[in-house]
Design a protein around this ligand. Sequence first.
Ligand code: GLN
Length: 486
Amino acid sequence: MYEKTLTQLAAALKSGEFSSRELTAHYLQRIEKADGHLNSFISVTAEQALQQAEVADNARASGNAGRLAGIPLALKDIFCTQGVKTSCGSKMLDNFIAPYNATVVEKLNAAGTISLGKTNMDEFAMGSSNESSYYGPVKNPWDLTAVPGGSSGGSAAAVAAGLVPAAMGTDTGGSIRQPAAFCGITGLKPTYGRVSRFGIIAYASSLDQAGPLARSAEDCAHLLGVIAGHDGRDSTSVARGVPDYVEGLNAPLSGLKIGLPKEYFGDGLDPEVEKAVREAVKVYESLGATVREVSLPHTHYAIPAYYVIAPAEASSNLSRYDGVRFGHRCDNPSDLIDLYKRSREEGFGEEVKRRILIGTHTLSEGFFDAYYTKAQQVRRLIRQDFLDAFEDVDVLMGPASPTPAFDLGAKKDPVSMYLQDIYTIAVNLAGIPGISVPAGFVGGRPVGLQILGTHFAEAQLLNVAHQFQQATDWHLQRPAFAEEYA
Ligand code: GLN
């Protein structure tokens, strides 16, 4: 069963080939057998999943099942799930049982999908390798000595290994697209405001956005259709109709104008990754698209601007974890200040502390204008670069990441880790959508092609990705792990 895409599983459930209970049990068994090698789950909610499956099967029997009823999924452990631990990969929230569901979770439940559990992630979604999790690193199923990418690495690894057909992630600077690229799957970051952030533990609120990680663009289209839409509980969610993304999947590409940003093909890009990406672009040409070079002149300011804005927002968002309102509380505090200090010192890991320090510094009096205001101005220029480019072309294409997955433990200093996101981070600063699709391998490790569109162009991106997947079979490749261990 696990060989099937989510789209195929939905059809099989509909035709009665197997029940949701059988399907759910199948995946739970695979998780049980294989996840010891991957560490992709923080919590597995087997009992609850089987109950949900029963409900879905009953709904189907009485003719009330929606398109995705009975499909098992996993949720990054950043989505609040009522009655289930929601740790955000941190010791700080190791004992936090969420009292309510995130809107994304509510919508998935209403669609009848089943949650198998909560996936591992970088602590508070800060990272590009999944090595900063309190629960230990996740391994890449293509090569257990490689990272799966981050911060949604648990979701990506679980999907790639066939432990679940699809999973939800969040992307603040690349955390859906980069792990999707590293694990050879498809990952979509929607436009900022397309999906409600209510109940998603906040990292950098002006950048965070949730989206699906799955085997194909078609699978992502099904899932985006469920989770997108306006939500009165998130004032930044946009009141705009949700198209039928699946319906939009078969538009021909003749006449599609593709731009290749020259800044995405410069120094630091692995030549083998470049080759794979250029081959993918040729496939598009054979499908009738035209290609031209474009420029996003402020690209090299994206990482510095992001590492002012994201830590600033994080330092504010994470102030609630003080051992009183939320989070781990130290033993035997001598007074209130000691309680705050030791609770935060014990609860947060190193990378999170680094970002809180940076953010607190840049927001402090005397530095605010020099750093934060400046970074916001740069952000505006970066956004304008994209809008200018989309005057001339329909979509932009390039690598999702400058290299394939690197070895566990390979990136020791924070800056070399930050540079991983060179092609993904500007997208969040601009608020536009992006998708990563599998486009080959380098040294046995997957390469991702990133496709970008203008605000709310998800339907177009999904179609463009889907057409590539109709013409190639990179997305159907599976790591040997999927058969050997599970
Ligand atoms: N790697 C980036 C960071 O560490 C982006 C992470 C993300 O998208 N959540 O902030």
